[in-house]
Design a protein around this ligand. Structure first.
Ligand SMILES: Cc1cc2nc3c(=O)[nH]c(=O)nc-3n(C[C@H](O)[C@H](O)[C@H](O)COP(=O)(O)O)c2cc1C
Length: 361
C-alpha cells in the first residue's frame, strides 16, 4: 500500500542560532536573513512555516515572508483570539490571501492568562475557550465571504463583512484554523471549530490517549480533524553524536536561564505546558539522556526554551523511525525545527524528509 507523505512545515522566528536562548548562542537576524530562511524552507520541500508569537508580531513578519516566497510557502500565523476584533482580523486575513495568493493559515493560540493581561485581556483559561469558540466561528464565516449581524456573549456586530465584501475569499470553505491545546475545554473547542489539531510531542501512549479523546469529541460534532505534531529535532549521523549535542545544550545554558524559564511558568495555566513539565519536574540532569522517557524522546528542551519542549534525539534512522511511529497514530502533519533554523532546515531536508517520502518541488 502506498504511504501518503505527511505535510511537513518548518519554523521561523527571529531568535536564531545554535542555542538562541542565550545571548552568545544567538546570531544577529534581520529581514534579509528571515527572507533567506523562508526561501530555503520552501526550496527544501517544506510546505510552509509556523510563525509563533514572539519578538515580532506575526502580521508584518508573515507579510514580508509571503512577499519574498512563492505560493508554496504557506505561513501559519499564531493569533490570540480576542486581541483584535474578529471583523478586523477577517479583513486582515482576506487582504493577506488576496495579496499573496490564498496561503494563510491561522494558528489559534489560547496563550496563558498571565501573558494576555499585558494586552488587556482579562479572561480566565476556560472562559477564554468560550471566547475562542465565538471569535473563530465569526472569523470563519467572514473569511468565507458572509455578511451578517451577530449578537453573542462577547461580540455584538452589525453588518459584519459589508465594508470589505469586494475582498473575495481565495480559500474555500474558509481560511483554515489550526490549534494547539490539551485541556478539556481546549479539546472541546477544537472538536467543534478547528481543522487541524496540533500538539507538542509526547510519548506515543500518552499522545494516543489524547488523540483518541480529540477524535471522539470531533466525531460527536460530526467532524474529523487532521492531526499535527510540533517537534524539535536533534538529528545526527549517530545516536552518540545527537546526545552529545543535547548534553552541550544543557552545558551552555546559564543558571539564570534555567531559573527564568522555570519561574516564568509558575502559575502557568496551560495544560499542554503542565503535561511537558510533569515529564522532568523541573530537574536539570547532569546528562541529557537521564530525561529520555521513551526511545529518542527528550523533554529537556522545556527546561530552557519556551514552547515545544520535546526533542527527538538520535541518528537519522532513529528519528525517522519515531516520526513513522507517530504517523501510525494518525499524525499527518509535522511542524519541525532545529537550531540553528537555517542549517538544520537543510540537514532535516537532506536526511529525514526523503525517508518520509517528502520530495523537493
Ligand atoms: C503547536 C503549538 C504551537 C503553539 N504556539 C503558541 C504561540 O505561538 N503562542 C502562544 O502564546 N501559545 C502557543 N501555544 C500554546 C497554546 O496556545 C496554549 O496556550 C497551550 O497549549 C495551553 O492550552 P491548554 O491549557 O488548552 O493546553 C502553542 C501550542 C501548540 C501545541
Amino acid at each position: 500500500m502506498a504511504i501518503t507523505p505527511p505535510e511537513v512545515l518548518w519554523y521561523v522566528i527571529p531568535r536564531e542560532g545554535a542555542y538562541p536562548w542565550e545571548p552568545q548562542g544567538r546570531r544577529p537576524v534581520d529581514l534579509g536573513y528571515l527572507q533567506h530562511l523562508a526561501g530555503a524552507v520552501e526550496r527544501l520541500g517544506f510546505s510552509g512555516a509556523l510563525l509563533a508569537t514572539g519578538l515580532y508580531d506575526v502580521w508584518p513578519l508573515g507579510s514580508a515572508l509571503a512577499a519574498s516566497t512563492s505560493t508554496r510557502f504557506k505561513p501559519l500565523l499564531a493569533v490570540h483570539p480576542g486581541l483584535i476584533s474578529p471583523t478586523l482580523l477577517a479583513k486582515m486575513a482576506l487582504s493577506f490571501d488576496t495579496l499573496f495568493g490564498g496561503r494563510l493559515r491561522f494558528n489559534v493560540v489560547n496563550g496563558s492568562t498571565k501573558s494576555l493581561q499585558e494586552f488587556g485581556l482579562h479572561v480566565a483559561h476556560d472562559e477564554r475557550y468560550e471566547l475562542s469558540a465565538e471569535y473563530w466561528s465569526i472569523v470563519k464565516r467572514l473569511t468565507a465571504g458572509e455578511i451578517f449581524d451577530h449578537k453573542g456573549r462577547f461580540y455584538d456586530l452589525k453588518g459584519a463583512g459589508a465594508s470589505f465584501q469586494d475582498l473575495k475569499p481565495v480559500q474555500a470553505p474558509h481560511i483554515p484554523l489550526w490549534f494547539g491545546g490539551s485541556s478539556a475545554p481546549g479539546i472541546e473547542m477544537a472538536a467543534e471549530h478547528v481543522d487541524v489539531y496540533l500538539t507538542w510531542g509526547e510519548p506515543p501512549l500518552l499522545l494516543q490517549e489524547k488523540l483518541k479523546r480529540v477524535r471522539e469529541r470531533a466525531a460527536a460534532h460530526g467532524r474529523a480533524l487532521r492531526i499535527g505534531l510540533r517537534l524539535h529535532l536533534i538529528v545526527r549521523d549517530t545516536e552518540d553524536e545527537a546526545w552529545a549535542v543535547a548534553d552541550r545544550l544543557l552545558d551552555v545554558t546559564s543558571e539564570a536561564t534555567y531559573a527564568r524559564q522555570l519561574a516564568s511558568k509558575e502559575g502557568e495555566d496551560g495544560v499542554g505546558w503542565q503535561r511537558q513539565y510533569r515529564r522532568h519536574g523541573g530537574k536539570i540532569p547532569i546528562r541529557a539522556r537521564e530525561l529520555e522517557d521513551y526511545p529518542n524522546l527528550w523533554p529537556g528542551m522545556s527546561l530552557f526554551r519556551p514552547g515545544p519542549g520535546t526533542a527527538v534525539v538520535g541518528s537519522t534512522s532513529q528519528v525517522v523511525e519515531r516520526l513513522k511511529e507517530y504517523r501510525e497514530l494518525g499524525v499527518d502533519t509535522f511542524i519541525l525545527s532545529g537550531d540553528p533554523l537555517l542549517e538544520e532546515a537543510y540537514r532535516v531536508a537532506e536526511t529525514v524528509l526523503p525517508a518520509l517520502s517528502v520530495s523537493r518541488p
